[in-house]
Ligand binder design. Structure first.
Ligand code: TYD
Length: 134
């Protein structure tokens, strides 16, 4: 199950521009390496709030700042890195087995998450101590 933070990469998504604005398209197994079974988004996030604080056993996710910006801490138990997301045409792919925390949301930020599996509370590891010893 254990993966490396170095497997979590920024995927540059397409952006089609015209005089009426931009459109970005994400297609499972085409420009991201998994099928999308679930979509959710975080919004109205109070200043100073932290989201996440867990790892997933089997879930792949693509995290996109569709509006505003926020930071994502990735931790594989050995290495950590912080990635700032602030572009709707960039997505952070998070592989299973990675502890993540989302923080420093800008005012009005929207965090879109495309997920490879349906919601399953048993897929979560919510204790960092358990995560490190998993
Ligand atoms: P959680 O995953 O802890 O949010 P975050 O990682 O953004 O801090 O989920 C918050 C609540 O929403 C929790 O009660 C579980 C529920 N939830 C669902 O019911 N279905 C879902 O697909 C997700 C992502 C969360």
């Amino acid at each position: 199950m254990k993966k490396s933070i170095f497997e979590c990469t920024i995927l540059r998504l397409c952006k089609i521009h015209n005089c009426a604005g931009n459109i970005t398209i994400v297609e499972g197994q085409k420009n991201i390496p998994f099928d999308v079974r679930r979509i959710y988004y975080l919004y109205d996030i109070p200043s100073g709030a932290t989201r996440g604080g867990h790892a997933h056993k089997a879930l792949y996710q693509l995290i996109v700042a569709t509006s505003g910006s926020f930071n994502v801490l990735l931790d594989d138990g050995q290495n950590k890195k912080i990635i700032t997301l602030n572009r709707p045409d960039h997505g952070l792919m998070v592989v299973p087995g990675i502890w993540r925390e989302l923080f420093e949301f800008s005012s009005g930020a929207i965090c879109l998450v495309l997920a490879s599996r349906k919601y399953d509370k048993d897929d979560y590891i919510r204790s960092h101590e358990k995560f490190v010893n998993f």
